[in-house]
Design a protein around this ligand. Structure first.
Ligand SMILES: Cc1cc2nc3c(=O)[nH]c(=O)nc-3n(C[C@H](O)[C@H](O)[C@H](O)COP(=O)(O)O)c2cc1C
Length: 204
């Protein structure tokens, strides 16, 4: 008896709705086209991949101009601030002719946008097949951030972040492994006690 379960046809519209349950930030991926002009495309498929080497990924629709533009090309992932909705729309195929786009064009490397919450400048690493998208991996070479609220996207709507629910403890390197900040303080206390140093002020 054949017990293999035939894959059920996926309702693409419904799948899109399901995927929209996952909140993301909003980025504009910027690059130079073959004529040297600065270009950008709004993308929320951005994700971190690796720390060593430092790799990030964006999933780019094959029909997007950015698909050709990003192949073997340096790019910058611009993480938009909550007040940059106009840029998100502009680079998502709704060009606004009256919008003045603030470009920063470094002498070396891809162009980027001004006023963003953060940016990561990448050199091309590798592209992979991703069905009707290509998965573009970049190696982060430079990055910076400003303390701005990010723009977010959830259920097909642009939003700004809500309430902070829990302040997680910071992690620090401890014996070469990541640990909560309080763990290293406790360890320092025991180390001092073991060494018989009990009058040393603990700098915590
Ligand atoms: C919130 C949001 C997120 C998007 N994310 C992606 C994405 O991850 N990948 C992609 O290929 N297109 C994405 N798009 C659609 C592109 O921004 C859109 O197709 C754009 O016109 C592509 O520009 P281009 O053809 O000039 O490259 C997104 C659009 C919006 C509004």
């Amino acid at each position: 008896m054949n017990t293999a379960i035939a894959p059920s046809p996926v309702d693409v519209k419904l799948l899109r709705r399901r995927l929209g349950e996952f909140s993301t930030g909003v980025t504009v991926v910027t690059y130079r086209d073959s004529d040297g002009q600065p270009r950008g495309a709004t993308m929320n498929s951005f994700t971190s991949v690796s720390m060593d080497p430092p790799l990030v990924l964006v999933s780019v629709a094959r029909q997007a101009k950015a698909c050709e533009g990003l192949r073997d090309n340096a790019f910058t992932v611009n993480i938009l601030a909550a007040n940059q909705l106009d840029l998100a729309l502009h680079f998502a195929g709704r060009p606004n002719t009256s919008l003045v786009v603030g470009w920063h064009e470094p002498t070396v490397g891809p162009p980027r946008l001004t006023g963003t919450a953060a940016w990561l400048q990448c050199r091309s690493w590798r592209d992979y097949d991703g069905g009707d998208h290509i998965l573009v991996l970049g190696e982060v070479e430079h990055h910076d951030a400003r303390p701005l609220e990010p723009l977010t996207f959830h259920r097909g709507e642009f939003r700004r972040p809500g309430l902070k629910l829990l302040q997680l403890p910071r992690t620090v390197a401890f014996d070469g492994r990541p640990a909560c900040e309080w763990a290293s303080h406790v360890n320092m206390f025991y180390a001092l006690a073991d060494a018989g140093i009990d009058d040393q002020p603990l700098d915590i």
